[in-house]
Structure formats: C-alpha cells, structure tokens
Design a protein around this ligand. Structure first.
Ligand SMILES: Nc1ncnc2c1ncn2[C@@H]1O[C@H](COP(=O)(O)OP(=O)(O)O)[C@@H](O)[C@H]1O
Ligand SMILES: [Mg+2]
Length: 407
C-alpha cells in the first residue's frame, strides 16, 4: 500500500471510513482526529452512548466478544480500517476479518499477542530477548507453587487474560496454601475460560514509562518512529493516575526504554501505534512489561505536550497518511479522575468553575452515561513552564473536581 493522497467527503460514496471496536475515552479522541482528517467514523461498543459514539457518524451496540456480531458489522460497513480500541474483542473475529482482506490496525496477530500475558512474554522475552521481570507460567494449582518458588518473593500472580489489574494477587512469602488460593482468585478473574497464569517477580518500581512507537506508510515503505517516553506514576495502584512529558530520567535509561518500544513495534509489525509499558526499578533495571497495540490512557498527556497527540498519530496511521515524529512542544501533565460514588446514571462532573480558572488547565469529560465505583470519568490536563509546574496544576485542579450522582 502507498501513503494516501486524497480523502473524499464523509457520508458519500468513496469516503474513507474507520470503524472503532471499542468506543471509550481513547477511542473518542481517535474519532475526533479521524473526523478532522475528513474520515467517516463508525463507533462500536457493548453499551450505548459510549464516549466515541458522541462524535461518530454511526454507532452499533454489540457484544464484542461475539465473533459473529463483530464480523457482521464490519462486513456491513466495509471500512478502510478497523481499529481495536479495547482489549476485550473476539480475536477470532479480527483474524477472520484480516484474512478477508480488512485492514486491522496494527494487525490481528499483534492484538492477539498483546491481550495474552503468556503469549506476550514468549514474544518479548524469548523471541526478542528483551529484559523483563523474572517469570514462570502455571496452568493448575499443583504447578503454581513451583512457579512461585522459581520466581522468588514477593511475586505477582496474574491471569493469562485480563486488564486493569483484574485478578492480580501479590504473594509476600513462600506458602503453598496462599499460592493455590491466589491461583484460584486469578483464574476466577480471567477474561474467558483460561486456567493459565503468569507468576512475575514483584519489582520495586522507581518509575514507569509509556513508550509510544508507531509505524506508518511513507510513500511505498513502512517507517517506525518512537516518541519521547511518557513518564507515569501510579502510587501503588494498578490503574494510571499521573503522567507527564518531557521525561526527566537519565538519558541512558530513556535510550533503553526507547529501544524497547522500537523493537516491540517492529517485532509486532503492521501499521499503527504501540504503547509499551516499561518499568524502571529502584536497582536501575529497565524492563519491558506489556504493550497495548493502540493508544494508551497515560498518553492522554500528549494532547497538551506533543505536536501530534497519540490519537492524531493513530488516526493518521490508520488512514494511511504520513506521520513525521512529533516534537514535545510544552511540558505537560495529566491526572485521571475516578469516581468514588456508587452506581449512578448521568453523573455530574462538578468543580469546573474553580478548576478551569487555573491558567493552562484543561479538562476532558468523557461523557460516559453511567458510573460505578472506581470508573474513570474525566482527565485533567495542564501545560506549564516545567513538568513540576504542570503537575502542580493538575493536582490542584483535580482536588476541585468531583463526580456526583445527580440529586
Ligand atoms: N511485576 C511487577 N512488579 C511490580 N509492579 C507491577 C508488576 N506488574 C505490574 N505491576 C504494577 O501494576 C500495574 C498494572 O500491571 P499490568 O501488568 O500492566 O496489568 P494491566 O494489564 O491490568 O494493565 C503496572 O503498571 C505496575 O504499576
Ligand atoms: Mg498495564
């Protein structure tokens, strides 16, 4: 394929169409960027009025783990690019669609490998030889204790497939009973019916990076580029809390992180963005952890820091357009807002009057129709003259913002 040169009007014959499988807050930004480039956008998710649906030309609500449902929508729409925007999508559907000739961004194999912790470790640690935490696999209660003993303590047991830290259990010391119990918990929280788990060495983190690497059509070849690493801190939680750019780490560490991001993107191939999660441990190791073959929540910060956000990059790659490496043009930070309230429909995001009085602060409200405890509903972004100043602004603004159930 060659880089695209023309884009016709959306909603007419010959339009350039992208179909998002997953329509969350990250998909919403990708949809906006695709719309800005004149594309026709179709948003699909398992619930109605998911964030990207608010900015799409059409929307579908289906069970995305159901291969027939996914395939029938893609065939009906016949898009130029299918963009998986979440992890929980039928991999059989993506593989069949790719075989039929659909362009799955970045490609179906990458999506399959990235959603499966065991396949991903085999790919990254064994095939590519990248540094990772020590690990072992287990597929029954008998094997799990041996796997923990091999890896050492503390260790972390994770289901083969899950996201947002679901089913992760930390073991502090050697105990067969605790290992078997942890195994049962992990398996019960796995996506699908897998009985397999990975046991990972639990490392003492100094910092985490998200390394955005992407591949795009440049005339007649595919080029790989890597952005400046994003730094992030989770305060011991599994989900993302703060991220910032430009990075402040030692240049030698950053070079190693960038190299990991590049090798993962080149190894998985295709065209699109990859977000590699990389650990910096307190003893100075730089380790590959996992990769999302799509935009990443910590990358929301690029909306205020880079010439092209990760969403603009992803949209351009999917549309077959060139994407020169974006510079970081301002220090910036992001901070995610999670709800503390219980289940509620049409929640309110309040405190905007004071939060938005802080110069350089911006808020992205995702527009989710309902909430539950711990659901991410918005993100605070800020630019500053330094990362410290930007972080100070998002922290101050986030304290003013509150998600409430309507009275
Ligand atoms: N082996 C580990 N040692 C220390 N912390 C870890 C380890 N694995 C994961 N974590 C922490 O948990 C977070 C989520 O883990 P991750 O494997 O990325 O799961 P998920 O797929 O749910 O995002 C990481 O970003 C990191 O903060
Ligand atoms: Mg992760």
């Amino acid at each position: 394929m060659r880089a695209r040169d023309c884009v016709r009007s959306p909603m007419f014959e010959g339009s350039v169409k992208v179909l998002l499988l997953g329509s969350g807050e990250l998909g919403k930004e990708v949809a906006i960027e695709a719309q800005r480039l004149g594309a026709e956008v179709v948003a699909v998710d398992r619930y109605d009025w998911a964030p990207a649906m608010h900015v799409a030309h059409r929307r579908y609500v289906v069970d995305m783990m159901n291969p027939r449902a996914v395939k029938s929508i893609v065939r009906r729409e016949n898009p130029d690019a299918v963009i998986p925007e979440i992890e929980a999508i039928s991999r059989d559907a993506l593989e069949d669609l790719e075989t039929e000739g659909y362009f799955v961004v970045p490609n179906a194999r990458a999506v399959r490998i990235a959603m499966n912790r065991l396949e991903l470790r085999r790919f990254a640690a064994v095939e590519l030889g990248l540094p990772t935490t020590r690990f072992a696999f287990a597929e029954n209660p008998e094997e799990v204790f041996a796997a923990c003993e091999k890896v050492g303590y503390p260790c972390l047991i994770k289901p083969e497939m899950s996201s947002s830290g679901h089913g992760h259990v930390k073991l502090e010391s050697s105990s067969k009973n605790a290992a078997v119990e942890a195994y049962s918990y992990a398996v019960a929280h796995s996506r699908g019916r897998s009985r397999r788990v990975i046991v990972e060495e639990f490392v003492d983190l100094a910092l985490e990076f998200t390394v955005l690497a992407y591949r795009y059509f440049d005339s007649e070849r595919i080029v790989t580029e890597v952005c400046e690493p994003i730094e992030q801190w989770r305060y011991g939680e599994y989900h993302y809390i703060e991220s910032w750019q430009p990075p402040r780490s030692d240049p030698g560490v950053l070079t190693r992180a960038v190299e990991i991001g590049r090798r993962v993107a080149e190894g998985l191939g295709g065209v699109g963005i990859y977000a590699s999660e990389v650990f910096l441990t307190k003893d100075g190791r730089v380790l590959f952890s996992e990769v999302a073959p799509r935009s990443h929540d910590t990358g929301l910060v690029t909306l205020v820091t880079q010439e092209l956000s990760e969403f603009a990059i992803h949209a351009r790659t999917a549309l077959g357009l060139p994407v020169p490496r974006p510079r970081v043009v301002s220090p910036g930070a992001s901070l995610a807002i999670y709800t503390k309230i219980g289940d509620a429909w049409s929640p309110e995001v309040c405190g905007l009057r004071e939060a938005l009085r802080i110069p350089g602060v911006d808020v992205r409200i995702f527009g989710k129709p309902s909430t539950y405890p711990g659901r991410r509903m918005a993100v605070v972004l800020a630019r500053g003259t330094s990362v410290e100043e930007a972080l100070d602004k998002v922290r101050r603004a986030s304290k003013l913002i509150e998600v409430r159930a309507p009275r």
